[in-house]
Design a protein around this ligand. Sequence first.
Ligand code: ZN
Length: 64
Amino acid sequence: MEYMVICCPCCGKSVARYDLKGTVDVVADCKRCNLRITYHVGTKEITKKKIPQKNTSSGMTFRG
Ligand SMILES: [Zn+2]
C-alpha cells in the first residue's frame, strides 16, 4: 500500500502516515517537540502548532 510519511518539520521524526486517498487532514503529535503536526490534504501543506499543556498542576500560573 502506498503512503506518504508525515514528518515533524522541526526534528524530522516521522509522526504519521497518509495513505494518499484520505480527504481529511492528518493530525499527529510530535512528542519530542511538543508540537501538533497537521498535514493539510487540500493544500499539501504541513503546519506545526504548539500543544497546550493539559496537565495543569495546581498553583501553577499560566505563562503565555
Ligand atoms: Zn519534532
